[in-house]
Design a binder for this molecule. Sequence first.
Ligand SMILES: [Zn+2]
Length: 473
Amino acid sequence: MYETVIGLEVHFELATKTKLFCGCENRFAASPNTLCCPTCLGLPGSLPVLNKRAVEYALMAGLALNCGISKRIVFDRKNYFYPDMPNGYQVSQFYCPLCLNGKLTFFHNGKTKTVGIREIHLEDDAGKLIHGDGVTKIDYNRAGVPLIEVVTDPDMNSAEETVAFLEALRLTMLYLGVSDCKMQEGSMRVDVNLSVHKIGEPLGTRTETKNLNSFKAVAHAINCEEKRQREIIENGGAVDQETRRFDDLKGVSYVMRSKEQAEDYRFFPDSNLPAVSVEKSLIDEIKLSLPELPETKKRLYISDFGLSDTDAEILVSDKCVAEFFEKTAAFCGNRREAANRIIRDVMGEINLRQISLSESCLTPEKLGRIIALCENGEVSRKISREIMSVAFGENIDIDRYVDENGLSQITDPDIIKSAVEKVILDNPKAVADFKNGKKQVFGNLVGLTMKELCGRGEPKIINKIVEEMLKMS
Ligand SMILES: [Zn+2]
């Protein structure tokens, strides 16, 4: 029996307005080389100035992931040459990472799982090489963009578990608002460290698969690398410590380089960036400002609100939806019904119309009012759904809309009685069938009465009157 051991290095581009050490704009998809200055181009004589917002974002991430915070911010140079890196070194935190020894606990497959966070450090991003037409061009817009690198302990054992962790981590960053986490744009990138060993034997040699940019690619790369290493071990070979690149289309990975050791980078403190102390008051302030995190919300929804695991998961998977749900529940006073309506009906509208909840005209107040109208018996369930659909697309006043369109539920027994009379007169055969023991006809007669009342009859009263009148006829 083999066991797979997985640890991750996850990079997030921070959603700051400007870069880590200069005032250049931090923005995706601008014309190449339009967001650059002497500092982020590494020109001689330019000096870096640390972006306070980037530090605050990194601290938010660290505190949300239960890390200890370093008392000082110190940067080191990681020296290597690559054309997309104009300084000839990356500014990172090798000796003293900002955040250490945290953890992320998440709910997965009905169980709680905790993954250790070894460290989170701040660093700057490189530019981009653009290959094509036999030439390679360089775009330095991304050079100097602030990154945090989250390094986990090797606490995961399968592709599925790793993806569940990544989803929880991504959602945490989205709730914090520190990164937009768009994997397709490279603002969240994953490196997978993986080794395989026989259970009971020491850990195997690990390989690193770099720059995976979708969860699907992460899962695919893990499954392929697991298989590759097992085959090597089964054939009596030894896995080499190396860095690999994964081709998601072909499902094959290639050696990029044999894994370098830290000394290859000749790390040393960056003399242009003096140490900055992290004040306790700043940490306290950030701690207080942290939003309620998705895993906390999920636990609350399940244990206190009585929602199912799946429903809780759906609601927290988007911060806007979770907030919408909580407000709607507060307005109508029925959490389960608010959850049901949002998951079944509102999400249906979102998918159908391909617009987000914030772009729609529906507000928690309006949905809360619709639910209340239905619960009070003023409109039928079916009609309440139709009103929600209209309110999703148009800015309507719910009560006025119900009045103007005559949608309120009919509860007057006399009106319902005359509708039932008409149905009984028009359907002598159905009535005869019912008398002869064909009890399922009852439902048809109720349905016909509802149709007669344009869907607005109160179902319980209709049922009662149909029953009574059948007995009498
Ligand atoms: Zn710049």
